[in-house]
Design a protein around this ligand. Structure first.
Ligand code: FES
Length: 206
């Protein structure tokens, strides 16, 4: 008979409460696997964060049986007590919802850490942090114009795309990051190299 895991999960904001879910228990199951099971198969409204799933980004951190842990690296079997596992948001940050905390203060503190001007040695951790911040900024810039788009015929025009919008009215959206916000602007697409229905590949139309 399949083993059952009882997972006690924090729901709501700081004044929320625990709810208990029962789910299948497996060998090598991580805490993140268990939380994901609840969200996929029991209650899709459960909010939590994760990204890399390989113990690098730290975004999956939660309080597990009273201790802060990276849930993608922590197996259920290594921390379970009396067949019950308790998963809550991190304790030292404001709770947004369920297992998701507001990380603003954490990142502000990290920014203030910095490196002294006198220490110009290459610091891999600090460079990773700068890279990560830039990647997040670029990802936000890529997703910001999505709600402003009205068609997909601009630079992605394809003759076989089943949208009959007029290519001459195609627009693209530019994004400029300024003072912590994104300014969006629409521009008409200038077909300077090739027009819809044409190809730069010789005899491609043949
Ligand atoms: S998801 Fe990145 S450390 Fe867990």
């Amino acid at each position: 008979m399949a083993k059952i895991l009882k997972l006690k999960v924090w729901r709501g904001g700081r004044d929320g409460a625990f709810e208990i879910y029962e789910l299948p228990r497996h060998d090598s199951q991580t805490i993140l696997d268990a939380v994901t099971y609840v969200q996929r198969w029991i209650d899709p409204t459960l909010s939590y964060r994760f990204s890399c799933r390989v113990g690098m980004c730290g975004s999956c951190a939660m309080t597990v049986n009273g201790k802060a842990r990276w849930t993608c690296r922590t197996t259920v079997s290594s921390v379970i007590e009396e067949d019950l596992l308790e998963v809550a948001p991190l304790r030292n940050l404001p709770v947004i919802k369920d297992l998701v905390c507001d990380m603003t203060r954490f990142f502000e503190n990290w920014d203030e850490t910095g490196i002294p001007d006198t220490d110009l040695a290459f610091n891999l951790t600090w460079h990773d942090w700068i890279n990560l911040k830039n990647l997040i900024l670029v990802s936000r810039a890529i997703t910001a114009p999505a709600p402003a788009r009205e068609n997909s015929c601009g630079a992605h025009y394809r003759a076989d795309f089943p949208n009959e919008a007029v290519a001459e009215r195609s627009e693209y959206v530019s994004v400029i990051s300024r003072d912590g916000r994104f300014d969006l602007a629409r521009h008409p697409v200038q077909f300077t190299r090739v027009r819809p229905g044409e190809s730069l590949i010789k005899n491609a139309a043949a």
